[in-house]
Design a protein around this ligand. Structure first.
Ligand SMILES: Cc1cc2nc3c(=O)[nH]c(=O)nc-3n(C[C@H](O)[C@H](O)[C@H](O)COP(=O)(O)OP(=O)(O)OC[C@H]3O[C@@H](n4cnc5c(N)ncnc54)[C@H](O)[C@@H]3O)c2cc1C
Length: 404
């Protein structure tokens, strides 16, 4: 095999790629990271980090420099808004977390990871002969090849590595459109120290707003096929009518598609042979679409699996699938109805906040949540979530037999 020779090629410079690289370089292995964009690159993201993600960053990459943060510099927690039940603010466990500026935070983490970064280099395909993996890529339009022992696909929702292993996969899952606009603020009574989320089926599958750098972000997610501008306008109108939020026209529209769903129904994708898939590409997504902390943790596990495989000559895929169980539990528990009803799977105390409300309002909120959840019924996830939850109670884990 020819091409640039290295221990591991990591595709993607997001949190999962940086965490994987850090594990490898700390153990003395070389990781070449391919990033299709020039660095530092923009990333549409609210930048709200869970306490667990915050701890991971500090413990693995060190204190966050000033430029990695937006204003307000921190987020206290999340406020849920219900059509009939009013609002429910919840603080994060352990205090506020930083409001990440993804463009600079990701570039900082990559630098601290020790990876050899090949920016403006797009992964195209791979071939695995069982001993080494040959990667085809394009750097500034020129072909370039790599020859690595392992490949880690940390390429987020584009699923480039997954598509190269499983060409039919992307067509087999539901896709969501997620879009946001930035607005000048005339008057905004929503507390700027919280991330705001609406459980309102009239607005969309995922409706949020928060302050950033003196402007207000208004975003909405929905199933592919609907028109973003119309959905967004309805949310802006709702914010004004219901909350007295008065905003200037929407600017700097950002629209992306997301593979939201695998962690709800335990349908993760972890790769094949010497290629591991991790982060959002593998399907990791926490509640309120917080994806950074599970990207960091799963990426680190992928990196660690490769380190163990190098050291002991073991099957990297088998190792990864054993080691990733902990992160699967952590992430899928967040969506597990039994854990939500009887446990404490989140890092903000939803049941505690609810318990402080009068019984009448609690009933209204559960009714609102039920109406919202029904929005997802065409996807047939409810039954799968129920049975995965039952099996988790009985066996203590989520079955690997459902993973690709
Ligand atoms: C609008 C929006 C708001 C969000 N808000 C939050 C939030 O507040 N908090 C939170 O925790 N999560 C949030 N998320 C989710 C979060 O951004 C992701 O879950 C997280 O970034 C996933 O990390 P990752 O490393 O797996 O992938 P990514 O961060 O997506 O990184 C993948 C990288 O791979 C690169 N890449 C893709 N294809 C190729 C290729 N073929 N070759 C080379 N490079 C490639 C991409 O350019 C990218 O840099 C949000 C997402 C969206 C869309």
């Amino acid at each position: 095999m020819s091409g640039i020779k290295t221990d591991v090629v990591i595709v993607g410079s997001g949190p999962s790629g940086a965490a994987a690289a850090k594990r490898l370089t700390d153990a003395g292995y070389e990781a070449v990271m391919l990033e299709r964009k020039a660095m530092p690159r923009h990333k549409p993201c609210s930048g709200i980090l869970s306490p667990r993600g915050h701890r991971f960053l500090i413990e693995n990459f060190g204190p966050l420099p000033e430029e990695t943060l937006h204003k307000p510099r921190y987020c206290r927690g999340v406020t849920f808004h219900f059509p009939r039940g009013g609002e429910l603010p919840m603080d994060f466990d352990g205090g506020p977390t930083p409001h990440m500026h993804r463009k600079f935070c990701d570039a900082w983490a990559v630098k601290r990871s020790g990876a050899v970064l090949h920016a403006s280099t797009e992964f195209l395909s791979l071939e695995d002969d069982g001993r080494r993996v040959r990667v085809r890529a394009s750097r500034n339009g020129e072909p370039v090849t790599y020859d690595a022992r392992y490949v880690i696909g940390a390429d987020g929702p584009r699923l480039a590595v997954t598509r190269s292993l499983y060409p039919e996969y992307a067509k087999s899952i539901p896709w969501f459109v997620v879009g946001q606009k930035f607005h000048a603020i005339k008057d905004c009574p929503l507390d700027e120290e919280y991330f705001h989320f609406w459980f309102d089926p009239q607005l969309g599958h995922y409706t949020w707003s928060h302050a950033r750098d003196g402007r207000q972000i208004v975003g909405v997610g929905f199933r592919s096929g609907e028109v973003f501008d119309a959905k967004h306008a309805r949310v802006v109108e709702h914010l004004e009518r219901r909350h007295g939020v008065r905003l200037g026209p929407g600017e700097d529209t950002e629209i992306v598609t997301a593979n939201f769903g695998p962690s709800l129904i335990n349908r993760y994708v972890f790769g094949r042979g010497n290629t591991l898939i991790t982060g959002q590409a593998a399907g990791f997504f926490n509640m309120i679409a917080e994806g950074m902390s599970c990207a960091l943790h799963s990426g680190a596990i992928a990196g660690e699996a490769a380190v163990q495989a190098f050291r002991y000559g073991s099957d990297v895929q088998k190792l990864y699938r054993e080691m990733i169980q902990s992160e699967v539990r952590r992430t899928s528990d967040q969506w597990n109805p039994f854990k939500i009803l009887f446990g404490r799977p989140h890092e903000a105390d939803f049941r505690g906040a609810l318990a402080r409300l009068p019984a009448g309002r609690r009933r209204l909120i559960w009714g609102d949540i039920w109406s919202f959840v029904k929005l997802y019924s065409p996807l047939n996830w409810g039954r799968q979530m129920f049975w995965q939850g039952v099996l988790r109670q009985l066996t203590g884990r989520y079955s690997p037999s459902r993973w690709l």
